[in-house]
Design a protein around this ligand. Sequence first.
Ligand SMILES: Cc1ncc(COP(=O)(O)O)c(C=O)c1O
Length: 966
Amino acid sequence: MPLTTLIHRSSLPRPDVSESQALQLLQEHYGLTGTLQSLGSQQDLNFRLDSPQGRYVLKICHGDYSPVELQAQHAALGYLRERWLPVPGVVPARSGEHLLALSLNGQPLRARLLEYIEGQSLTRLKRLEPRLMAELGEFCARIDHALADFSHPGLERTLQWDPRHAPALIEHLLPVLVEGPRKARVQAAATEAWQYLAPLIEHLPQQAVHLDITDDNTVWQRDAQRHWQLQGVIDFGDLLHTWRIADLSVTCAALLHHAEGDPLRILPAIQAYQVVNPLTEAELKALWPMIVARAAVLVLSGEQQVSVDPGNAYSRDNLAHEWEIFEVATSVPFALMETAILQAAGHDLAPLGLVNTTLLMPSLNGQPVARVDLGVLSEHFQAGNWQQPGIDQQLLRAQSGPACSLHGQYRLSRTHIDNPQEPETCALHVELQVPSGTALQAPFAGVWHAALTGGGCLQGEQVSLWLWGVVDAPADGQALKQGEPLGQSSVGLMLQLCRVPGLCPPLFATPSRAQAWLALCPSPQPLLGFACDAEPLADAQALLERRDASFARSQKHYYQQPPQIERGWRNYLIDMQGRSYLDMLNNVAVLGHGHPRMVAESARQWSLLNTNSRFHYAAIAEFSERLLELAPEGMDRVFLVNSGTEANDLAIRLAWAYSGGRDMLSVLEAYHGWSVATDAISTSIADNPQALTTRPDWVHPVMAPNTYRGAYRGAESTADYVRDVDATLDRLTAQKRQVAGFICEPVYGNAGGIALPPGYLQQVYGKVRALGGACIADEVQVGYGRLGEYFWGFEQQGVVPDIITMAKGMGNGHPLGAVITRREIAEALEAEGYFFSSAGGSPVSCRIGMAVLDVMGEEGLWDNARTVGGHFKARLQALVDKHPLVGAVHGSGFYLGLELVRDRSTLEPATEETAALCERLRELGIFMQPTGDYLNILKIKPPMCTTRESVDFFVDSVAKVLAEDL
Ligand SMILES: Cc1ncc(COP(=O)(O)O)c(C=O)c1O
């Protein structure tokens, strides 16, 4: 069929068949009744039939549609089904025919019935995660592999989507766009695509391809973990014999619509395809130009379709998608995508053989040139100084002689905070500090193109050399022989190589684009004659494997593929490629990471002395007094230990010694530590799945007073929960067992900071004390000012405990814990023997503990927890009104919980959604983890220096992800 007929057909409106006519047809020819639902289509009519016999799809097309093409589709369906690929079967009519030729309303039509594949398309998902991209790519590979030997006369057809016709079709359809920049861009993109494609054509293998394996035409269902699983592919209307790579190009073009504007996000699809059905180098090189050509064809055909059938809402909606695809497809240089695709498929560019070059600066030959480390671990950086504008250049200038930055180094100064985008950190160039007036000469023959003042590009045969900071540069357009003068350097000189003629590359690349850009912008080391390459980063995955092979596995790590974090600053953690993550997890680093006071204080005390509490030194008395100033009246004795576990373990021993009993009451679902005793009183199944069945007989868990999802709910539930404690105490009394004590977090931490029911502790403390027991407040997590409104959690309940335990934030990460109690309780333990902890209360620990308190005061961190924490809670609260998945916000200050539920009346925990949300937040630059026994609560406990801007970034990101499909 000639192209003009083809275009004419592409412009035909859909057949005119009403639903009642379609039902009549189904009754008459297939003996089926039921209800119909129209399914969108550009040129055909498709209906879903729900009948007592099952679900089907009725497809009706114009009568001039060649039957042999439809027969080819049916044959392919059968062929793929025989090879166990999930495609619909064709349902024969009563007559036994698979394809009916009919006439309705005077129109000749063809009709057929297919099985219906249950599920839905992924079209409405704004973003496809890499796993889904890969799955679609792999599926395309499986279909292509299966169709490799399929042949049918109906495959030899002229189809507008066949990329072989793209240039002619684009030329023919271009007039549909009005003159202007848009039209010029489509034309330019199509021309460039064809320039790339033309020399490859003769090397492209051909075969039968589906040519429409897209998000739209694949059917998916969620499994029990809510992961999308592919059910099959439909719509064989574009089946054709053409280039094999055309199939993947169609899939990839469709994926661009779900790539959030970044075309490199489609690489997992190509990688996965390559594993199943390896492509040749020519095919890999043809892929991107074919995708761009497809994008141009899509917008032009879409415009054409809308112009002939303006009432077709399906076509109008599609057109917007198609423009979006075009924008993404033309947002990066061709060479970058070509390189990235080759790399994804395991083919790297051949190295640039810069062998016969001469030195750019011969006078530097042999002189030492300092390599200035500007990477994430550089010792030049501390206390956030990398945020100062121009710091890298300052550090270069600070060298006494010639100095250079490093090519391929991920620079810390390029990081950015509270930002969902990857920062452009990888240096694709080298900066030099050389004596002003250093003579430059052309390292290879080329033509000088002057760019900005003091900058330009020497375009050689193999490569171009970009230079900035040149004085007395040659005239624009001057041809230079190798070794001819190229001007002189000013003090700072910057240079960059690029293998793509005419392309001015960026100076920095994001980590995900770095590999491709580094291949295009290789190191200028051969032109300099001294080492200017960064050491490659250690492989984070290999490091993780070493950890798993040596560090006992019960000590879990966050995330399956965690980034390697070696630096932190304030409330940010920075990976080795210079990406900053908002730290919403580290309740221990109250002051924030890398605090200079911590560095100074520990260095100073280490340089003087570090010993144990049996020696006499000032810090131990001073720190104990400082802690008692923070404690309620009547509390007058301090023990210093190294962790929350030790503090709670000691508290239990104090309660035992004081009461003379052993039996402890603890609250279900809590966590108090890992030692034998603290583990015994911990029943959080998130930490220990066997917790409920393995308690020793001295531990008596009582109901978790969870007013949100516990056995009793709301503020009125106090009496019900107290009744449960009464029952336990009555049982112990009846058994003549002496109660030793009761331990509880005064704000229910494991569930994300839920307040206990009003008056609960007052009543329980009274009852336990009446029986001679001691009441322990575990303030390890919630105490020390994090709650904003209260310094200690027990203040919220209006009680004073007998024993307070604390740790975590006390040392800002230095191992430090404490127990505060009354003298008579402390002395009860003394009666049993001495207490000694080798490092507990050491001079270094005490000095750090006091510095933490000082900084918290000086920097107003308690106020910050109250004000910024209050803003935080209000913003999270607003999510409850907006997103059905957000059930509640718990906590206060910088101890907050966002609980996700599938149903607000049953409170069904949204466990998988919470996991997906945390994973997605990480991509957006935020560390967040779930908590609670159902892992459906975001446990929000950031460093206390967290700013309002960080809070807004966090809440905006959560809202963005909630609006996506979780
Ligand atoms: C409430 C509570 N108590 C005690 C501990 C144990 O503290 P550490 O890990 O310092 O031993 C934790 C630790 O997460 C905790 O959350």
